[in-house]
Write a protein that binds this ligand. Structure first.
Ligand code: AHR
Length: 497
């Protein structure tokens, strides 16, 4: 089958929620400490203890929402340990992640300050696994209640008179695993109980988020939707792309072979099936699609970099990760009627990070560049696109060669994001623009490509993989033919004149 794309520029299919471009930052390894928080006395330039370089880089990609404090850490976190004078805060062991001492210097006030700096929505994940209903309820009161109450007074005593606005609140994390090893029936009942005390104070309206399934655990989704749909605004899904066959041998972040490259992309493409099948279950209990699906943990998960703490989940990030990001975001766009938020794991120095740091040095990964190129899709209208992709075969297996998605901004500018997954050949693709009624267009583009399957940025070569202007296209009539380099992510900008 010949490869081609038909883009109906006049058929809109709903808004791509900007929260699909969300992030996740856990108290894990060097994500919060060093990656974000260096403390006010650090020689690393900071504002109120938060790194300036990192804030600037994250503002550039328009992070819309940030999830915190975990992950598995959330169900062991007791928020009162992280408020008040920093010197007096409790020190604890981070048992999940490397057994390090957590000094609680980054707590509620610091997180809310970070969100203010990034101009993003906070998404706070509460503790069900080892926390009480009272503790969760008091956290919400501390955050959002303006008036006379013990928690509002405590907040004022800690320097913050005014309540914050907090919309997104998660009731537990992975309660089928690190969040308590619960059965879905048991968690569904606990969810109903805990969320009752997650109150709306004043004008603040909380979007309550239930812990959803891991990957293809359709039974968990079925039970949660059956028992608790009317008590939730969204439910989560976690899916990680792990190339290896076992957790003990996940595969390396660089230095892998072509078979592993192919398998990684094949496994990342599984997100399509997972979102589709979970949506079918959600449709059964919520045909109006009131409840959102939030993929609040996704990304690649490899073996840690040699010589680093296995509990820190520190990995490099290559053009392969850029392709995983590009194709996954394209899948989320397609399902934006149900997928209302997604949070890549994790922002800095952990798993598929957009930023890596080494002391005062910072680098932007290929995944960062994809988020920067794709930010034009945030809150844009999804356009109808039909892709007849050729196939990319390796070792008797086949996946589509190209992944594509398109949207139009409020100003009428069209963006088409295209990933060529093929490691060896360029993809020549005619893109037919329908619905423009003869209107002339200007076209520009940006592309991110790798010279090798594991091309990446390092502290000695931080700009080995960076976006370049894309000029390999030709417009004839209403068809623009693009030549996408091997292993590349490209965004075309089509502006009607
Ligand atoms: O992102 C790392 C961990 O992966 C999270 O803490 C947990 O929720 C998931 O298993």
């Amino acid at each position: 089958m010949a490869q081609r794309v038909v883009l109906h520029t006049d058929i809109r299919k709903g808004t791509i929620n900007r929260n699909i471009y969300g992030h996740f930052s856990e108290h894990l390894g060097r994500c919060i400490y060093e990656g974000i928080w260096v403390g006010e006395d650090s020689p690393i330039p900071n504002t109120k203890g938060i790194r300036n370089d990192v804030v600037e880089a994250l503002k550039e990609i328009k992070v819309p929402v940030l999830r915190w404090p975990g992950g598995c850490f959330a169900d062991e976190y007791h928020w009162k340990d992280g408020i008040g004078a920093r010197e007096g805060r409790k020190r604890m062991i981070n048992t999940h992640w490397g057994g390090t001492v957590e000094n609680n210097h980054f707590g509620t006030h610091e997180f809310m300050e970070l969100c203010a700096m990034l101009e993003c929505e906070p998404y706070i994940n509460g503790n069900v696994g080892s926390g009480t209903v009272q503790e969760m309820s008091e956290w919400v009161e501390y955050l959002t209640f303006n008036g006379v109450s013990p928690m509002a007074e405590l907040r004022a005593k800690n320097g913050r008179e005014e309540a914050w606005a907090v919309k997104y609140f998660g009731v537990g994390n992975e309660n089928w695993g690190c969040g308590g090893n619960m059965r879905p029936e048991y968690y569904a009942d606990l969810y109903r109980q805990y969320q009752t005390y997650v109150r709306n104070y004043g004008d603040n309206r909380i979007h309550r988020i239930a812990c959803g399934p891991n990957a293809d655990d359709y039974q968990w989704m079925e039970v949660l939707m059956r028992e608790a749909t009317r008590f939730m605004d969204s439910i989560t899904l976690h899916y990680y792309t792990v190339p290896g066959a076992t957790w003990e041998q996940k595969g390396a972040a660089t230095g892998f072979d072509t078979a592993e490259y192919f398998t990684t992309l094949e496994k990342a493409l599984r997100m399509e099936e997972l979102v589709t099948r979970h949506s079918v279950i959600m449709d059964k209990y919520d045909p109006e699609k009131r409840v959102g699906l939030i993929v609040d943990e996704w990304g690649t998960w490899y073996d840690v970099e040699p010589g680093t703490n296995p509990g820190f989940l520190y990995q490099q990030n290559s053009i392969r990760d850029a392709l995983v990001a590009g194709l996954t975001l394209n899948i989320f766009h397609k399902h934006s009627d149900r997928v209302r938020m997604a949070n890549i794991a994790q922002t800095i120095n952990v798993l598929q990070a957009v930023i890596l740091t080494e002391g005062e040095k910072m680098l932007l990964t290929p995944t960062y560049h994809v988020f920067n190129m794709y930010k034009v899709h945030q809150d844009a209208e999804l356009l109808d696109l039909t892709l007849d992709s050729g196939s990319y075969s390796f070792d008797g297996k086949e996946i589509p060669e190209v992944s594509a998605s398109a949207s139009v901004t409020a100003e009428g500018v069209i963006h088409v994001s295209l990933c060529n997954l093929n490691h060896a050949s360029a993809a020549v693709l005619p893109l037919e623009l329908r619905g423009l009624a003869g209107q002339a267009v200007d076209i520009a583009g940006t592309t991110l490509a790798g010279a090798t399957i594991d091309a990446h940025n390092s502290f000695s070569e931080p700009e080995a993989v960076v976006p370049q202007p894309f000029t390999a296209f030709k417009l004839e009539g209403d068809t623009v033919t693009v030549e996408l380099p091997a292993m590349s992510v490209t965004v075309l900008e089509i502006t009607p004149k």
